[in-house]
Design a protein around this ligand. Structure first.
Ligand SMILES: Cc1cc2nc3c(=O)[nH]c(=O)nc-3n(C[C@H](O)[C@H](O)[C@H](O)COP(=O)(O)O)c2cc1C
Length: 151
């Protein structure tokens, strides 16, 4: 994954954060987040990945720097989660997840993951970490698979 330290507002930028989900979030809340995300992200050329392990969220968003920073500003103010901590912010020449406007996986208590929305292809009975495409960078697959196992 080619990474550059400086990039302009229209250059490709990637950000990952973790946050604490508001207790009692319903499936309807989640679908509402997804609906907003899918239309906004597509319009703004943002792709990404949202994982929810029951207690916490981890999200990767990537796209033009100005768009990613604007959306992240909105996300930080959202009361459906709290304690948003940015764990990665970098410029890049390529997208880690080019095809996803926003996939979402919910991981149940027994560790089973359910594809709720999105376009990503996953084979039936795949273990959680193989739900990411083979092209996705290994370090990101590792980060997300560790996270979703912490349910
Ligand atoms: C965990 C989580 C992830 C979100 N991800 C996105 C996203 O990728 N794109 C997006 O447009 N909104 C996302 N949202 C919703 C935003 O916080 C916000 O509600 C939405 O962008 C509309 O912003 P506005 O109310 O300022 O118009 C997310 C919200 C949460 C709680």
């Amino acid at each position: 994954m080619a990474v550059r330290s400086i990039c302009m507002s229209h250059d490709l930028f990637r950000l990952i954060y973790v946050s604490t989900a508001r207790p009692g979030l319903t499936e309807t809340d989640m679908l509402s987040i997804l609906n907003t995300s899918q239309s906004n992200n597509e319009e703004r050329h943002i792709t990404g990945y949202l994982a929810h392990n029951g207690a916490s969220f981890m999200q990767l968003i990537e796209g033009p720097r100005a768009e990613v920073e604007d959306i992240f500003g909105r996300i930080m103010k959202d009361d459906r989660h709290s304690g948003v901590v940015r764990i990665l912010a970098e410029c890049s020449r390529t997208r880690a997840f080019p095809l996803w406007s926003m996939n979402y996986f919910r991981v149940d208590k027994d560790g089973q993951s359910t594809k709720v929305a999105g376009t990503m292809l996953a084979r039936r009975d795949d273990p959680v970490d193989s739900l990411m495409t083979a092209e996705a960078p290994r370090d990101l697959i590792y980060t997300f698979s560790k996270f979703i196992r912490q349910a």
